[in-house]
Design a protein around this ligand. Structure first.
Ligand SMILES: [Zn+2]
Ligand SMILES: [Zn+2]
Length: 343
């Protein structure tokens, strides 16, 4: 019997990935659709996709599917065919990456409670009544006509790139986002509202929520910032989105324009490179420039850099003592907006 989970360690997986002699494509797709028997579906997708050498992170829930994957270019057509054979996923639009790069190194298919964790009750939205989908050109035109843009992503994502003049709810966790967006828009129920997010999935639910709460003209960017970037590039339209589009794989971002709008969290110099702290016990996500990367050995703080210098046995001993508190333990995985941990 074949296994239903990846059992190789990370080093082996990365080595295998580096030895591949074909091109991979990174893409994402989602659909809100009623799914039953999640366990059987999950196992079937895992086996089918592993056969096609698909890597990535896929969530299935009773409300739908959210997939971010990479696969060999030569299997793309077959993957599409197999997906279309399942009525619930037929013709689901793919969003191809704007910039390629090593994005995933293993395949994870997980059963989730929701595909977007806004943690709102089902009585607060109706997925059959969502915002109108706008193309990049329609979105740009609406901005020119004075519509209000609201970014439905988290602070650490918007920090490196966003639409000019967008309202950016200052929250660190998705669970707080909808309530905060509604609060910021209070009194503007009759205005034209434009929502945007990475690939569109969050705006589907967010728009349904705002409509439920009395907003009359709610619109969403079709295919999210990924699709927007493709559309403005292919039509040579100036981008109203500046900087980088944060993505949830090892690339951590796709450059949309050359603007660098954020700063190194350690020295304050202009920089928009997100990295994970090299100390795996910390692993905080933060922005670090090249000279700080050298200075702190790719760590978020002197504390993490010092820890990595210790002999392995000493690291183990400290780890077992359970008294360690690195930045991620103090501030959360996504840290503070400007952590400036180093003094
Ligand atoms: Zn720096
Ligand atoms: Zn750290």
């Amino acid at each position: 019997m074949s296994t239903l989970y990846n059992k190789k360690d990370k080093a082996t997986l990365l080595r295998e990935l580096a030895q591949e002699n074909f091109v991979r494509k990174t893409l994402s797709f989602y659909r809100y659709v009623k799914l039953d028997d999640l366990k059987a579906l999950r196992d079937a997708l895992f086996l089918e996709w592993r056969e096609l050498n698909v890597l990535g992170r896929v969530y299935v829930a009773h409300e739908g599917i959210n997939a971010q994957i990479s696969l060999p270019e030569h299997n793309l057509e077959l993957f599409r065919e197999k997906l279309d054979q399942r009525p619930q996923f037929k013709d689901v639009p793919f969003k191809m990456a704007v910039e390629e790069g090593a994005s995933f190194f293993k395949l994870i298919v997980k059963i989730k409670h929701e595909i977007v964790a806004y943690r709102i009750s089902e009585s607060e939205y109706d997925m059959s009544n969502v915002g109108k989908h706008l193309s990049a050109q329609e979105f740009n035109q609406a901005i020119d006509e004075g519509a209000i843009v609201v970014d439905m992503r988290n602070q650490y994502e918007t920090e490196v790139g966003h639409f000019k003049n967008a309202i950016i709810p200052d929250v660190e966790r998705s669970q707080e986002l909808l309530a905060e967006a509604k609060r910021l828009l209070e009194g503007q129920e009759n205005k034209k509202i434009l929502l945007c997010c990475t690939g569109g999935i969050r705006c589907e639910k967010a728009s349904a929520y705002l409509i439920h709460h009395g907003f009359k003209d709610v619109n969403q960017l079709n295919g999210g910032i990924i699709q927007y970037a493709h559309e403005v590039q292919s039509t040579s339209t100036p981008s109203k989105f500046i900087g980088k589009n944060f993505v949830f794989d090892s690339r951590l971002g796709e450059r949309i324009t050359d603007d660098v709008i954020s700063h190194c969290h350690q020295c304050g110099t202009k920089c928009d490179n997100h990295i994970d702290c090299a100390n795996e016990l910390c692993h905080i996500l933060f922005i670090q420039c090249e000279s700080c990367a050298e200075k702190y050995n790719h760590c978020c703080s002197q504390q993490c850099a010092d820890f990595l210098q210790l002999p392995k046995e000493e690291q183990q001993r400290l780890r077992k003592s359970k008294k360690l508190q690195f930045s991620a333990q103090k501030y959360g995985r996504h840290g503070k907006p400007q952590i400036h941990i180093a003094s």
